[in-house]
Each structure stands twice: as C-alpha cells, then as structure tokens.
Design a protein around this ligand. Sequence first.
Ligand code: NAG
Ligand code: NAG
Ligand code: NAG
Ligand code: NAG
Length: 712
Amino acid sequence: MGLNFRYKAWVFLWVLCCSSLICSVKATVTYDHKAVIINGQRRILLSGSIHYPRSTPEMWPELIQKAKEGGLDYYFEERYDLVKFIKLVQQAGLYVHLRIGPYVCAEWNFGGFPVWLKFVPDMAFRTDNEPFKAAMQKFTEKIVGMMKQEKLFETQGGPIILSQIENEYGPVEWEIGAPGKAYTKWAAQMAEGLSTGVPWIMCKQDEDVPDSIINTCNGFYCEGFKPKSDNKPKMWTENWTGWYPEFGGAVPYRPAEDIAFSVARFIHNGGSFMNYYMYHGGTNFDRTAGQFIATSYDYDAPLDEYGLPREPKYSHLTKLHKVIKLCEPALVSVDPTVTWLGDKLEAHVFKSNSSCAAFLSNYNDSSAARVSFWGSTYDLPPWSVSILPDCKTEYYNTAKVRTPSIHMKMVPTNTKLSWGSYNEEIPSPNDNDNGTFSQDGLVEQISMTRDKTDYLWYLADVEVSDDEKFLTTGEDPLLTIESSGHALSVFVNGQLAGTAYGSLENPKLTFSQKIKLHAGVNKLALLSIAAGLPNGGVHYETWNTGVLGPVTLTGVNSGTWDMSKWKWSYKIGTKGESMSLHTEGSTVEWKEGSLVATKQPLTWYKATFDTPAGNEPLALDMNTMGKGQVWINGKNIGRHWPAYTVRGNCERCSYAGTFTEKKCLSNCGEASQRWYHVPRSWLKPSANLIVVLEELGGDPNGISLVIRTGKQ
Ligand SMILES: *[C@@H]1O[C@H](CO)[C@@H](O)[C@H](O)[C@H]1NC(C)=O
Ligand SMILES: *[C@@H]1O[C@H](CO)[C@@H](O)[C@H](O)[C@H]1NC(C)=O
Ligand SMILES: *[C@@H]1O[C@H](CO)[C@@H](O)[C@H](O)[C@H]1NC(C)=O
Ligand SMILES: CC(=O)N[C@H]1CO[C@H](CO)[C@@H](O)[C@@H]1O
C-alpha cells in the first residue's frame, strides 16, 4: 500500500505475546487504570519494536520467532507489505499495536513523510493546517480501511489490540500553542471517528490529552510517569534499549542490567504495558536514514542489526519477561503497597487473596545493600531490583546477569574483489545539453532534487582579468561558502580544493579556504551533498539544505566579490547515477588492473563476487573508504561514511543516579560506522555485482566481505 500511496509509509506496529487461542477469536479490548483488558482479562504486555523495512522479508519470520522466544509481546513497522507482515505476526501468535502516525520520527528520512508533501501549496506540517489535515486523514483512513478489510482488528478476530495517532506531539504542541491544541483535538476526533473498536493512544502527550485517548510515556526510564487521567493504564510505548548511531558520533550502548532495572521499576510502580524501542533496530538501507543518521540502526537492541541475539542482553531480558509473567496474576489484581527498607531501599508488594509478588529495589548506584523482608534477608547489588514472584524466593535480580556475554566478531572471508573504476565527470556551466540549467542566485537543494538524489552541483565560471594583483603577489584569494548542509566538495578547475560537512547537531557548514585561480576563465564546481532529510522538529518542512550563501571571494583588486547573486548553473545528480552505473546494464568503460584509480574523489568502483558458503550474516568492511553509497546487485545498502570519525565527548557511561538518561558511548577516534550489512537474500550464488560511489577518495583494495559470528 505504501508505494501506491507514495508515502514511504511508516506504520509502527507492536507485536505482543498472546496465547494463540485468544488471538483467533473475536474479542473486546478495553482498559482501566491497571491495564489493557483483552476479552475481560487484564494483561501485562511486554512489547518490542522491529521496523520491518530495516530488515528484509526473509529475515522477518526469524526475527518474530526470536522476539517471541525472548518473551515479548512486541512491535514492528512498515514499508512494503503491511498486511502480509501483520498476518505473519498473527500466525506467530502475537498481538499488534498499530502506530499509524502518519508522522513517525524514527530517524527515518523526513520522519516518514513523502517529500512531495512539503511542496503542496500552503502546507504546514503537524498543525491546524487544512492541506496537512486532509493528507493525514486520507492516509489514516487508508490504513484503517486496509486493516478492516483484512479483518485484522481484535474485534474482528485479528491481532491488532491498540492504535496510535500522531507521535510525540506534546513537545511540539507546547511550542506552537493554540494551533497545536486545535490539531490535537482534531487528530483525536478524526481517529475516533474511524471506529476501529480498539483503544487509541498518543505518546508523549502529557499536558493536553483528549478524553478518548490514552497518553503514554517514551524514555530511558518511565517509572515516575502517570497517565493524565486515573482511569487510564500506565503504558510505556518507547523504552530506549540503546540509542541510534549518527555519522561522526560515538556509538551508543546501554548495559543489560540498566535496562532490566528500568523495566522492573516501571512494573513495580504499576506499569502494565512496556515496549522496547528497539527490540531489533536493523539497517537504514538505501537513502532512508534521517539527516546525519548512520546506516546502521543497531540501537544496541536485544537482537542486533544482523538479527542475532545480543548477549547477555537478549537472555537477561528474556528471563525478566518470564519472571514478570509469573507475577502477572498479582500485578493485575491489586495496586502495590510500598514500604521503605532503608535509605534508597524500597519494597513494592502486590498481594491479593490468591497471589503475591514483591519487588525489592536498591536505588543507590554505588553501594550494595542487605535487606530484611518478611523474615528473610536479601542481597541487593547497587542499582538493582530483585523480583520475588511468591513474595519469598528471589527468582531474578536485574543486576545479576547469569548469561555469558558473546563477543561478536567480523571475520574476513576469502572473497576476492577485483575492482574496475570510472571517474565521475565534473559538469561545466552552460552545458545545457547534458541537463545543466541556469538561474539567478543560489537555490535550495531539495526544491531542485526533490530528494531523488543526494547530489546537486552549483557551477560558475570565475573570470579573472590579467591585472588582478593576486596573480603576481601569490596571495591566493579566499573562497568562503555558507551552506545549510550537509556536506560540500569544492572543485576548482577540475581539482578537489577541499570539503566541509556539518553534523546532526548542526547541519550547517562553512567552507573557507584560499584557492588557486589563473587569469581567464576558471571553473568553479560545488557539489552539495544531502545526508538524509530531517526527521523531526517544529516545522522541519521549512528547513533548508544546500548552498544558500553568502558565497564570497576576498583578496581581489576590488576587495570582495559577493557571488551569491551571480547567475549560477545547476545540475541535479551525478552522471554515474543518470547512467545507472549501479546496475548490470551500464556500458561505460571501466579502468582495470593498474589503471584503477585510488584516492580519487568522485570515483565509481565495481567488482563481482561469489557468495560465501553458510548462512551467517555478511557485511562489508569499508574502513579504507571515505564517503558515498554502495549497491549490491542494483540494491542500495546505504550511505557509507567511515571518514567521519567519532569526535568530542566520548565518555564510557554518562549517567548514574539520574532517572533521565543512561547513554554509554564507544568508538572514540574510530569511524562511527565501519561495517555495512549485506543481506544474504540480496545475493545470488555467484557473480554478484558490487558498485561503490566514492565521493572523497578511498582505496577500494581495502574493502572486504566479512562474516558476523559469535563463534571463536
Ligand atoms: C478478597 O477476599 C475478601 C474477603 O474474603 C473479599 O471481600 C474480596 O472481594 C476479595 N478480593 C478479591 C480481589 O478477590
Ligand atoms: C550510596 O551509598 C553510599 C554509602 O552508603 C553513600 O555514601 C551515597 O551517598 C549513597 N548514594 C546515594 C545517591 O544516595
Ligand atoms: C555532454 O557530455 C559529454 C560527455 O559526457 C560531452 O562529450 C559533451 O560535449 C557534452 N555536451 C556539451 C554540449 O558540452
Ligand atoms: C525526545 C526524544 O529523544 N525522543 C526520541 C525518542 O526515541 C525515538 C526513537 O529513538 C526518537 O525518534 C525520538 O526523537
């Protein structure tokens, strides 16, 4: 559906455990202050996010199965075949929470919106704006209609027990005020009007919550969260199992003990629905990553980017889920009583007539404690919760990890890659036959490319008269270029003069460098490169990309030239893209053997290889390359950018004692991403075509195909 509708549709799904019996009959879904009630039964629901376009359909059954074995109750998202996907989930005996959005954030290109939406007249995203509301309603109706037609809602006998409208809108509403409030009200009414028969939720919508909607929490910790009204269950829709990697940023991770601790705390404070974001993060294939988001979306999730269990996290959480299920009868029947066992020491007891579960917690992050509880003693490590499903026996402590870690390795294969190269052409201004066009002044990049390509050329002839003083003094003039982002390569007379790039935090960049010019006409070619579109922020549809100036040359006879108002020529995309060099059909002449260019900017490389035996996941080691894109058999496996190494603050773990954020960082001084996932299902047994577009210059002879394995 997504494709016909031209949205890269992002529907978040959560897949939740259920007994297969319950899933196959028509049921009612309601809720009270304790929990979601399915067919008259309150349930503790454990859920995990898997964005299915971030893996291949061939990986889906295995991911779903591992998530079920991991004790979830769960969650996914869509790109191609939503119905097929939900049916697979249903077959596995899991529930679904359909997070329709249509805005999804998710570090996905443009937050999941299609780029054309920005160019609809009078458009303003996510506010009380008629064109936006019309598009949003149309999409939401389309999704709900499809689900109804396939009988996928729980009330129709399907697996969908909940739906979400919008996503993390609260902070935006807070900033924009009245039109935001009107929009929230409209969105809730519009959603309710679709009569799905299952409850609607809005996440991070804490101030202004329509009556019909359950507001839910997203964060690293949510135990202090309270829904807006007393008759709503306490639900945690995004629990960050790690964090997304960004180009140039340190690689984030979150220890298993800490995430288990946060889940146990949420449950003992009365939480009844918890979703891991992410349970499997996957890969930002092609050009789907949001602005400066890395190609890997691993997220330090319990299932790694390649779909393999990450140990000890996966097993440690699986055990936690089992013990929470043992506590379920007590958890859903009563509210806890809380007693203090000492400084930063608490007991949360759920005792009903027929069941009893206790959670003993130590919130001190540096010192262990021995506590007495109902006549027995228990040892609580720092920052931990012990769970006693019978109020007596410690079945589990969040900090006592009993599963060995498995260190995953990237092991080289003996696959030989023998490269050919092709030099990309630098276009000339006024080369109108070859798709160049002219315009006065500087233009916004996405309004030209419509995001069909990362690349836009800005071209100008710079005429230098014989009497320019710098020709004789040797004091080269200074070229200064302000760009709204994201990366820029500057070519003068066909030679790379320099590059500059922004970051996730600040996508803007300044290029400022002395350049060599000769008397007569000099060719200036600026290649502006987008690194994904923004995926969130107030009215992010108005944010610019590309060289918007000023562009100046100083150190000339007249002092300074302001080139911003010049007539510039433009060319969209690279020549290699227009010739489809990434496919089998391309007919250009590739240089081979000793003629293969290395360390040359703007070079295409190609090679063929046979698929290594076995079924372990594969990746490309791109560490000798700079920046660009890679295709395997015509499919884009994503942007590579190992040249962007991890800068700045890279402390190991920067949290402790706070309930806001626990992010640990690694890879200081190294590439923020070195390995790139090659899905086995995209390969044939032999003669696979690999094509690399290298923007900065690299040595393709260092590229190797590796196997990801936990074996020694
Ligand atoms: C527990 O037992 C008491 C006394 O027998 C009864 O009044 C109450 O309803 C019971 N509670 C539950 C939740 O069954
Ligand atoms: C943890 O315990 C130690 C030793 O008893 C104490 O010095 C420290 O202040 C405690 N930390 C917190 C956050 O309460
Ligand atoms: C267009 O590009 C080709 C090479 O790709 C070149 O030979 C030709 O001269 C160009 N056309 C013009 C009008 O410059
Ligand atoms: C406020 C905040 O950080 N929200 C983030 C929650 O997590 C999702 C997924 O990582 C992001 O998209 C949000 O930006």
